[in-house]
Design a protein around this ligand. Structure first.
Ligand SMILES: [Zn+2]
Ligand SMILES: [Zn+2]
Length: 279
C-alpha cells in the first residue's frame, strides 16, 4: 500500500466520523425539499438578519432603563430614535422588494434544485470554510470600501447612505444603497462556490456573516463581542466598525484588522472599550 493510499484511507475514516453527520442526515432526510430550494439561502439570510437584530433593538429601546446593558453602549450619548429605526427599516424593505425578492424569484425560476451530498463536512472543514470565506470577503469588501471612500463620486452615489449615522445601531447594518447590497450579496453567494464548500459550510458561513455584520453595527461592546473572544487584536468587531462611522477614512475592513494595519488605515479603538468604566 502506497503512502498516498494510506493517507487517503485515514482521511476517509476521519471524514466518516464527522460529528456533523447525524445533523446533516436529519436535515437531508426530513427537510430535503426545503434545503434544495434555490430560495432557501435567501430565506436563511433574511430571517437570520431580523432575528440577530432583535435583541439589540430591544436594548436600544430600553436604553438607560437597562443600566446593566447600557453600560456597554459604545456611544451612550447617541441613542437611536424611532425615526431612525423606521428610516432604516424602510430602506431595508425597499431593497428587499426591489432587489432581493426579484433575485430570489430569478434563482427559483432559472436555477435547478441543488443536489444534497450524502456526506457531511468534518467540523474542521466547516470551521475552516467559514473562516476562509470571512477572510476572503474581508479582503474583497476592504478594496470596495476603500475605493468608495477615496473616489468622491463613488462615495456620494453609492456609500454615503450608509454613513448617515455616526453612531451605528443594529438596523443600520442594511441601511445600504442597492449597489452595495448587490455587491455584498454577489460575493457571499459566489465565494463558497469558488471555495468548493459543502452546503452546510455555506449556510454556516451565511449565518456567521450576517451575525458579525449585525454585531459590527450593534453599537455595544459586550464581553462576548468577537473582538474580545478572538485574541491579539486579530478581529475588529463592533468597536472597530463604530470608529469607522465616527472617522470614515479609517478602519475599512469589515471584520479583521490586518488589512487596515498593513495599509495604514487602522484607527485605534481601544479607547472605546475603556468607556464602560465610566458607568
Ligand atoms: Zn457600517
Ligand atoms: Zn464606509
Amino acid at each position: 500500500m502506497s503512502l498516498a493510499h494510506f493517507g487517503e484511507l485515514i482521511w476517509e475514516s476521519y471524514r466518516q466520523d464527522s460529528i456533523l453527520q447525524p445533523l446533516w442526515d436529519y436535515l437531508r432526510l426530513h427537510h430535503c425539499d426545503t434545503l434544495r430550494s434555490p430560495l432557501f439561502p435567501v430565506f436563511l439570510s433574511v430571517s437570520s438578519y431580523f432575528i440577530f437584530c432583535l435583541p439589540y433593538l430591544l436594548c436600544d429601546i430600553m436604553g438607560d432603563r437597562w443600566p446593566a446593558v447600557y453600560r456597554y453602549k459604545i456611544q451612550p450619548s447617541k441613542m437611536p430614535t424611532h425615526t431612525m429605526f423606521l428610516r432604516c427599516a424602510s430602506i431595508t424593505l425597499r431593497n428587499h422588494i426591489l432587489l432581493v425578492f426579484p433575485a430570489a424569484v430569478a434563482q427559483w425560476a432559472w436555477r435547478p434544485p441543488i443536489p444534497l451530498p450524502e456526506q457531511a463536512p468534518t467540523l474542521l472543514e466547516l470551521v475552516g470554510g467559514v473562516a476562509g470565506n470571512l477572510l476572503l470577503f474581508d479582503l474583497q469588501y476592504f478594496i470596495w470600501h476603500l475605493l468608495h471612500h477615496k473616489v468622491r463620486w463613488l462615495y456620494v452615489t453609492f456609500h454615503a447612505i450608509h454613513h448617515e449615522y455616526s453612531a451605528p445601531f443594529a438596523l443600520a447594518t442594511q441601511c445600504l444603497g442597492g449597489w452595495e447590497l448587490v455587491t455584498v450579496g454577489f460575493w457571499t453567494t459566489l465565494n463558497p462556490v469558488l471555495m468548493r464548500c459543502h452546503l452546510l459550510t455555506t449556510w454556516a458561513f451565511m449565518l456567521a456573516h450576517v451575525y458579525v455584520s449585525v454585531e459590527d453595527h450593534c453599537g455595544y461592546d459586550f464581553p462576548w463581542s468577537t473582538s474580545r473572544l478572538i485574541p491579539f487584536g486579530i478581529y475588529g468587531g463592533p468597536s472597530k466598525h463604530d470608529v469607522h462611522h465616527q472617522k470614515p477614512n479609517t478602519n475599512f475592513a469589515p471584520h479583521f484588522s490586518h488589512w487596515d494595519k498593513l495599509l495604514g488605515t487602522h484607527a485605534d479603538f481601544s479607547f472605546v472599550k475603556s468607556q464602560e468604566k465610566i458607568y
